[in-house]
Ligand binder design. Sequence first.
Ligand code: NAP
Length: 270
Amino acid sequence: MSGVVSGGRDAGTPVAGLGLFDLTGRLALVTGARRGLGLAMADALAAAGADIIGVSAHLEPSGSAVERAVTARGRAFEAYAVDFADRTAVSEFAREISGRDRPVDILVNNAGTIRRMPAAEHSDEAWDEVIAVNLSSQFVLTREVGRRMLERRAGKVIFTASVLSFQGGITVPGYAAAKSGLVGLMRALANEWAAYDVNVNAIAPGYMATDNTVALRQDPLRNKAILDRIPAGRWGRPEDLAGALLFLASPASDYVSGAIIPVDGGWLAR
Ligand SMILES: NC(=O)c1ccc[n+]([C@@H]2O[C@H](COP(=O)([O-])OP(=O)(O)OC[C@H]3O[C@@H](n4cnc5c(N)ncnc54)[C@H](OP(=O)(O)O)[C@@H]3O)[C@@H](O)[C@H]2O)c1
């Protein structure tokens, strides 16, 4: 029997073995689920038993790759298209989701965008967009969905941070600022919500092969410099996040709050 049930934790219920990672019957909301890391995380959560609400800017109402992956796992999938640069749209989405009968058990704040240009040429528009999508919208959504979790005294919130939550990066000042701010937000929420059995944590992916990093992988000099610095000697794959994600989404992490798990092939330790 699981140590966490919908509506609150079963204190003292023994949980052991792989049951620690069982998500049967849970509902997970994954942002940026249409492709890349979000798609892989939705698939991993579904494989562990969770139904999925996917949201991203351009998510198809039906027939998307993520829908196919989740339903192939025998789990239910619902799609929403919401532009996280649009505060009004995010607020409406957050209110709709948090007003439903079936509460969200797991929130994966993963939607993100990147604009690469030197700081001296970094436009207000690029800065504002990156901060809105990668930081402000995540606060708005988590506040609304999290309120229900606090009432139920159960929930898991997982942010996709970055190695640029620790480093400045190259020509991505807005992104580095947003991802650094995100870990501050994560810790602030973790501090407030741990007492309500709501675990708030983050995964910090390293350099992963997705659309987000196409420009880097196509630049022979940057590609080599990045690979030379990764102890594992390869770019990360979206499915590399599954282990850390299932840990943070499941009863296995019930006493873990405010943590950041790097999944970076050793980049940060270098
Ligand atoms: N790839 C890496 O090396 C790496 C490393 C560290 C952290 N991350 C972070 O991991 C997360 C996922 O990135 P990824 O690598 O999977 O990138 P990706 O392949 O570019 O996917 C980004 C996802 O975010 C969604 N998104 C972007 N802008 C949005 C907006 N305005 N409104 C709503 N959704 C939006 C996209 O939606 P659509 O598909 O509908 O356009 C897409 O589903 C991001 O937060 C990123 O910063 C990535």
